[in-house]
Design a protein around this ligand. Structure first.
Ligand code: 5AD
Ligand code: SF4
Length: 582
């Protein structure tokens, strides 16, 4: 008998499609007996649970049932579960889940979505690994190193799982997110102690996957979706004292930059309906949060086509000199509309967004950022390289000149804007001359923040199939070091211009280094440290106050480094009252 007892493989998309799997596995060692936790399964067999499950499974699911189970928009129906499971088996029954997040901010948000779904099914959350019944790792595949970290972590968890085989409640381990999507059953083959896999669009299926795993079977759902946005799943705010939150507005990416695995692990680009985003932002405002960051792989490519628009034929305005790797899209509610609406929900709530693509900065977005007090004057503009030749090989859709023109235009449209970028050192075919062009771009732009990486070849990408990873590792690392040094020098210079200025800071709490200092963020998202002292409140001159997390304060900047500003606090204020300083 083939170890994949049931496999549904669906090719749902056109040329961008990646193969999707929904599978239930039996044990490789004993084929009819489920894998991984054989000892615990024996115990369950004694209880008659497995026998019952096994016979239901053998006689049970039809092709239609698997189609239904694969529909990612549907959470397992508690009243009408699949025929091989009972309602009771779908419930968490207060078992404790430990969630561990790796990678980007999207993964932090995904963790909360997964948790929200499990909480509804009756699971509890624990921050203590030792008392967990279920351990879920939300994973990242963007670079080789990110995946290696997960493999190492799985080796550590092996010991914990083995210890638990002897206990009444076996430990279940799951891999969620990009790595589950990229490697699929390779993870189950390499690490027999992994019980479940759930790709980024399969979190609604977690209760069912865990129920299947409870019978001792490995279970996986790595189907990608064209429309899953988890619009109705409100992420659970983990820290009640938090001042800011992330709100996911779109998922996936259609750009297919030649180095990037994201379109393969997170699927096609799709946007969440505006109404559900506004509802979430309103709720966060009611909870007293003071900052929202709109989140997505390409936030500013946002396009809500969920309602029929009168302007469906209007084609997209791209930034000047930029092109796309896909056919022009039309209609729908665009990012400028969303940003306008979101920023009106609460004038005291700061709005940020990440991560955008430089191609989608039409003038209306720039004007809105300039005009609206509560939209932060901070733009992330991932350049990736300063060489037009490398940018072409990366399929970024712009030249160095077009990128620099956009920088000039943004600086003109939004005076005082804070800029950040991503760069990759040592991409396929990058020469010393290309590298020096990146160095000169860093010097020319003088970014306030930067995220720099050595190139890591990823399977499936266009670069993997068509280009040669020909820059030796030590050269990549040397170039990366050079970029970091230049970035730091320039950021220090850029931040120096803040000295003597008064800036509006949103207080986050005490500084990690000193309990007598407070820490917050300025409009450009840089960390600002200042002494925790009494101050005047602009709305009530009779009292002196100490700043609390969530307060806005004015801070006079006295010194800077490449990453932090220091200063002294002047008064407590509001976002509206502060208007423009410096
Ligand atoms: N190697 C190195 N860096 C990468 N990035 C994306 N793919 C790779 C890769 N294969 C970087 C890009 C992107 C950021 C999120 O990660 O700079 O903007
Ligand atoms: Fe990757 Fe490019 Fe999409 Fe960013 S825009 S997620 S780098 S493919």
């Amino acid at each position: 008998m083939h170890p994949l007892q049931c496999v549904l493989q669906t090719q749902r998309w056109g040329p961008l499609a990646s193969v999707s799997w929904l599978l239930l596995r039996t044990c490789r060692a004993c084929s009819s007996i489920p894998s991984t936790a054989c000892a615990s399964v024996e115990r369950q067999q004694e209880d008659g649970i497995w026998k019952d499950f096994s016979s239901r499974l053998a006689s049970g699911p039809t092709f239609q049932h698997f189609l239904r189970a694969s529909a990612p928009q549907e959470e397992p129906d508690m009243e009408d579960p699949p025929p091989y499971l009972t309602v009771d088996e779908l419930l968490g029954k207060q078992r404790k889940v430990y969630l561990e997040t790796y990678g980007c901010q999207m993964n932090v948000n995904d963790t909360e979505i997964a948790w929200s779904i499990l909480q509804k099914s009756g699971y509890l959350r624990t921050r203590n690994l030792q008392e967990a019944d279920v351990i879920l790792l939300v994973t990242c595949s963007i670079r080789e190193k990110a995946e290696q970290t997960i493999w190492n972590r799985l080796h550590q968890l092996k010991a914990l799982k083995t210890k638990r085989l002897r206990s009444r409640v076996p430990l279940r381990i799951g891999i969620l997110g990009c790595m589950a999507e990229r490697l699929k059953e390779e993870i189950l083959n390499r690490e027999k102690m992994v019980d479940i896999l759930a790709g980024p669009d399969a979190y609604r299926d977690l209760p069912r996957l865990l129920a299947v795993a409870d019978s001792g079977q490995q279970a996986a759902n790595v189907l990608l979706s064209l429309d899953e946005t988890y619009a109705d799943v409100m992420p659970v705010q983990t820290s009640p004292s938090a001042t800011s939150a992330f709100v996911s507005i779109m998922r996936g990416c259609d750009n297919m930059c030649s180095y990037c695995i994201v379109p393969f692990t997170r699927g096609r680009e799709r946007s969440r309906p505006v109404a559900s985003i506004l509802e979430e932002v309103r709720k966060l405002s009611e909870q007293g949060l003071k900052e929202v960051t709109l989140l997505g792989q390409n936030v500013n490519s946002f396009r809500d086509s969920s309602e029929v628009q009168f302007n469906n034929a209007v084609s997209t305005n791209l930034s000047r000199g930029f092109s796309t790797n896909y056919k022009p899209k039309q209609g729908g509610l665009r990012f400028a509309h969303l940003l306008d609406q979101v920023s009106r929900v609460d004038p005291e709530m700061r709005i940020r967004f990440t991560s955008p693509h430089p191609k989608d900065f039409p003038d209306e977005v720039l004007q809105l950022i300039h005009e609206r007090d509560n939209i932060c004057k901070q733009i992330h503009l991932p350049a990736q390289s300063g060489s037009s030749r490398v940018l072409e090989a990366m399929r970024r859709g712009y030249s160095r000149e077009a990128y620099m023109e956009l920088i000039r235009h943004i600086r003109e449209s939004i005076p005082g804007v804070s800029l950040s970028s991503d760069f990759i050192a040592g991409f396929c075919g990058e020469t010393e001359e290309d590298h020096l062009q990146t160095v000169s771009l860093l010097r020319e732009v003088q970014y306030n923040m930067g995220f720099l990486f050595a190139y890591s070849m990823r399977q499936k990408t266009r670069a993997y199939h068509r280009l040669k990873d020909d820059v030796p590792e030590e050269v990549k690392l040397r170039r990366l070091e050079e970029l970091i040094t230049v970035f730091r020098e320039e950021a220090t210079k850029a931040n120096m211009t803040s000295v003597g200025c008064t800036q509006l800071v949103l207080v986050e709490g005490h500084s990690k280094r000193s309990a007598s200092d407070l820490c917050g963020r300025n409009d450009g998202n840089l960390k600002v440290i200042f002494p925790d002292v009494e101050m005047e409140d602009v709305n009530n001159s009779e009292v002196r106050v100490r700043a609390q997390p969530g307060d806005y304060v004015l801070v006079k900047i006295t010194s800077t480094s490449s990453q932090t500003l220091k200063g002294h606090v002047l008064c407590r204020t509001t976002l509206k009252d502060s208007s423009a300083y410096c």
